[in-house]
Ligand binder design. Structure first.
Ligand code: FE2
Length: 235
């Protein structure tokens, strides 16, 4: 179900397993002047649709990276007038997607309320090895919130014992950080560093991520600390 966490800002979560671990998945909803912006959609159910319809009209559906696109088509069916916005690289991966707009190559803003930026050089390990994530992160100015998807996690005591244990083994329990698996995959750390230097210029205090517990305050420092190791040296 949709949960209001600030003025014009909601999140909704659902269970999601990755490599057999319960990591959850979260989408973010921002209300802008022209309507609702949905970032990283989860599977829409009746309750979420009902709640969304109560708070506004869905104006934008955004796929933030090459992986969080699974439910955009379901949202498009329910909200056919919403604009689907995707990274250019997702259009190459899924050429049949019926999108309205591509995110700019590096950065941009939407309705002068949400800024976005590509995290360049960041890769993840998937079944085919190191794969480009092509993730855009978003800054909602009014609520001073940074919205990220897979470029950092935050697993803490709210997660299952197995997930907590895995997070400890990966060195990220309680941290707002990517794991060493992403560090192993990402050889172009200088590009990641330059991207995050720009992220840290934004005046955010909260970080919302797709997998983990939201960090409500002091999140900029926590993210800097979480990224210290990632950005210090390349392996
Ligand atoms: Fe993810």
């Amino acid at each position: 179900m949709l949960r209001e966490i600030d003025n014009n800002l909601w999140v909704a979560e659902q269970p999601f397993k990755y490599w057999g671990l319960e990591v959850g998945a979260r989408m973010t909803v921002i209300r802008l002047e022209s309507g609702l912006m949905i970032i990283s959609p989860i599977k829409p159910d009746e309750q979420i649709i009902h709640q969304l319809n109560k708070i506004g009209k869905v104006a934008y559906i955004i796929a933030p990276n090459l992986y969080h696109h699974l439910f955009i088509s379901e949202f498009q069916v329910i909200y056919p007038s919403a604009k689907l916005i995707i990274p250019k690289a997702l259009n190459i991966k899924l050429p049949k997607l019926d999108f309205a707009q591509l995110l700019n190559d590096n950065n941009g803003s939407l309705e002068d309320q949400v800024d976005y930026l590509l995290i360049d050089g960041f890769k993840i390990l998937d079944i085919s090895g190191a794969s480009t994530l092509n993730e855009y992160v978003f800054f909602h100015r009014d609520s001073r919130s940074l919205i990220i998807t897979d470029t950092a996690f935050h697993f803490d005591g709210n997660f299952t014992f197995k997930t907590q244990l895995a997070a400890r083994l990966l060195g990220i329990y309680g941290k707002l950080a990517p794991s060493f698996l992403e560090k192993l995959a990402s050889k172009e750390t200088q590009k990641v560093k330059q991207s995050f230097q720009k992220v840290f210029e934004w005046d955010f205090d909260r970080v919302i991520m797709a997998h983990g517990s939201i960090v409500e305050t002091g999140a900029k420092l926590k993210l800097k600390q979480g990224y210290e190791n990632f950005l210090s040296t390349s392996l």
